[in-house]
Design a protein around this ligand. Sequence first.
Ligand SMILES: Nc1ncnc2c1ncn2[C@@H]1O[C@H](COP(=O)(O)OP(=O)(O)OP(=O)(O)O)[C@@H](O)[C@H]1O
Length: 583
Amino acid sequence: MKHLLPDFNDLLHTDFVVTTEERWHEPYLSSQSVGVVFVQQGPLEFLVLTARNYSIARKHHIRINELSECRADCMHINDSWATLNKKLQHCDYVVVLRDGAAIGYLKTSELASRVLQAYTYLKAYYDTILETTDDTISVIDNNMDTVVWTGGAERLYSIKKEEILGEPMTRFFPENRLDNLKILNTGKRFYHKQHQPRDDLFVLINSAPVKLGGKIIGAVSCEQDVTYQAQLNKKLTNAKETINHLQKQVCRMDRSVDPFRCINGSSEAIQNTIDKLKQVGAARAKVLLLGESGVGKELFANALHDLRTLGAAPFIPINCGAIPDALFESELFGYEKGAFSGANPLGSKGKFELAKDGTLFLDEIAELPLEMQVKLLRVLQEGTFYSVGGTKLKHADCSIIAATNKNLKELVHKGKFREDLYYRLNIITITIPPLRERSEDIIELSHQFLYEFAEKYGRSCTGIPKEVMMALIDYSWPGNIRELRNIIERLVVFSRDELLNFNDLPVQIRESNQESEMPESFSQNELPENQPLVSLNRAMRECQHRTIRKALEHTNENKNKAAEILGISRTTLYNKMHQLGIS
Ligand SMILES: Nc1ncnc2c1ncn2[C@@H]1O[C@H](COP(=O)(O)OP(=O)(O)OP(=O)(O)O)[C@@H](O)[C@H]1O
């Protein structure tokens, strides 16, 4: 191909003779086929005689040094163009050796014209490619000067070639937005990176360093304008947000919409819980929601509130475990102006007042300090309270829903929760079942969360691979639905090619799946007929859960004694408790 440098073999001349200084005048060079005589003076040293000079010298007995035209250098046939280039600097001929023997010679004059020809072809192709492409291509050299700027770049940035070529690119763009400059320093290439070279412009950029002899001599960028797509995407996201917002408002106004619609799960256990709450909905009695962490207590409380108030009154949650003791009273009952230093000088309403006609949701009620339990009890009994620093009696006109993941009865026994408050709250108690007791919901909830996060992160993952689903079903979910939700979010974020990957599951879930493939205490032959393996595992887990809980209750939560009764080490007991979600 004419634009490539020629092969040395193609340029090799073989009409030559190599002789020595003593024998140079011998008459064997009268032949027409010999063009050059190389007189060898050392192992790699040659004098050059053209055939014509040789004849003159012989005829007139001239000394060799007087008629020699020049010296020739030598190279090996496998040497590179870079080596040859160095030799050509100081001689007109290069003797080419193979295994120490001369096999031909190269002429500098001829090489130069062949290299120039290759360069001319290459340049013609290169210029035509750059003129023909619509793409935005730019190249800078290692001084940051612009050496290539295509028509696409002219159009995208409204900068003419005449203005920018030969000029530092930093004159036209802020340095921190020039990825080319970073490449000059780091040598790292990148592909399809989102980039914003100017406030109004979004591009996808491929960039690479230009290297020569191991050194970076420049950087190339090829950009694709995606501003239109980025703007469309933004509009789409805004539109989605607006639709979501409107949908929520429509739901609130539409009395026919089921307030329990956002509680997913069709297991018998969850449906029974929903039915019970619907029954108590009409009565404005206090409700105590029990259930492990992340099981959906607040979601249920919210749904019950919507059912009772049709969303027309406030739902005010307060986390009794997260407020410092000193602030609790003012948080619950509010304070008057000047009540204490550092407070809002105008005073502030407390949660009881904010929840007027609506619901006050007392989350983590078991964490309420004892002295606050007395004050809360008084409000629940009398229905009135004073704000901090206030003298005016106020009415507590709100429904109360309390929730906890602790065993309140046990705390009453231990003196950590007031018995009278317990009986005040424990009028209607509803326990929300943990996720491990309703594995059929895992499938529904996982898909629900998958669609939610796929939309949020703009991925089009549509399904959950079988091995991932099996691992999710077999895990014991100590963190319940919150944990499941977080894990699906993680899988969507790490998904590649729109697929969720088993290896992106947290290690404890992957391990629980491996464990379940062949439980230690059962062999295949012992499996009950028609009983699927997953149910058997679940049965095993539930049995373990019950047994460990019983042992702990029996030993008054003493783990050493419980481990002894169960015949396992304390560490194994801790591990099992963690796996089974026993707090
Ligand atoms: N049945 C369900 N359907 C859909 N999402 C649910 C369901 N139950 C819980 N969630 C989601 O799980 C997360 C935890 O729920 P929530 O905060 O109501 O649990 P909780 O029991 O109050 O937790 P904690 O004990 O930590 O206060 C929330 O993101 C909630 O939306």
